[in-house]
Design a protein around this ligand. Structure first.
Ligand SMILES: [Zn+2]
Length: 266
């Protein structure tokens, strides 16, 4: 059973927009597929594209959104104000790494991960446990320092958590951590496995492999009834899977926030 959060509209407000764009939400129907819709890599340099994607989601009547924010970038005051406006309008913010980049790729696992999935963004894989803990602390501190709501959710870049134990994770400031496999409830030390779709495909190889991955995951969501994670990256609406993204947003999905996962019976 899922206890759905109350439906609310959320507003878009971008520095370049001349007026606020307020979401008109569709009625929730319990027959719809539950979905967790997130936009990754929210940074000063991606805010314009994030705004376009939020508009796209609004036009597809997606009611709940989560933005994955990368704190260790050059954030201007106007950028922070934009994040605050989004948060005030009901959009959830989540922590997403620190700089979203790693200079050194070490070890076979990291090299393979980098080649196949993450390129050079999986910054946790270059850190030891103490380094990952420091990163998580810094990430949470950044939100409170800027008077932004401290997120409950943390998503490591490329979903690569690296070498940190569940016990060590318990000391981190976040209640939920998302990995490739699903979402970890940090206090319960429990992983809820969840299907996942992505659309970041700038080559034909990626387009074909990500499409197959998505098909399997929609099927898993359908047969299991588990919420599907629809993960969007800032350029996805201009890349090879842009039509798949539009089609998936237009499906009869009922977008929920990550906190609703706590009410899911397992
Ligand atoms: Zn990312």
């Amino acid at each position: 059973m899922v206890n759905l959060e109350s439906s609310s509209s959320y507003a878009l407000d971008h520095a370049t927009a001349s007026r606020d764009l307020v979401f008109e939400t569709a009625e929730e129907t319990t027959a719809d597929r539950l979905a967790l819709v997130s936009i990754h890599d929210v940074m000063p340099e991606t805010l314009a594209k994030v705004t376009e994607l939020l508009l796209m989601c609004r036009q597809s009547a997606v009611k709940r959104m989560t933005l994955l924010v990368v704190p260790g970038k050059e954030w201007a005051e106007t950028d922070i104000a934009q994040l605050k406006a989004w948060a005030d309008s009901g959009i959830q913010l989540a922590g997403h790494g620190w700089v979203h980049h790693c200079d050194r790729i070490q070890g076979l696992y990291h090299r393979l991960h980098s080649k196949l999935i993450s390129r050079d963004v999986a910054e946790h894989l270059a850190l030891d446990e103490a380094g990952i803990q420091r990163l998580l602390d810094n990430c949470a501190d950044w939100f409170s320092k800027h008077q932004l709501p401290v997120p409950e959710l943390y998503v490591p870049p490329a979903w690569a958590l690296g070498s940190i134990s569940l016990n060590a994770l318990r000391e981190c400031p976040f209640q939920m951590v998302e990995t490739l496999a699903g979402v970890i409830d940090v206090n319960q030390q429990r992983l809820l496995r969840l299907p996942l779709t992505g659309y970041e495909a700038d080559t034909l190889f990626r387009a074909v492999s990500v499409s197959s991955f998505n098909r399997i995951n929609w099927l898993w969501s359908k047969t299991s009834g588990r919420p599907i994670r629809v993960s969007i990256h800032p350029n996805d609406h201009q890349l090879k899977l842009k039509r798949s993204l539009q089609r998936d947003l237009d499906r009869p999905i009922n977008a929920i926030g990550y906190t609703s996962l706590r009410s899911l019976s397992r």
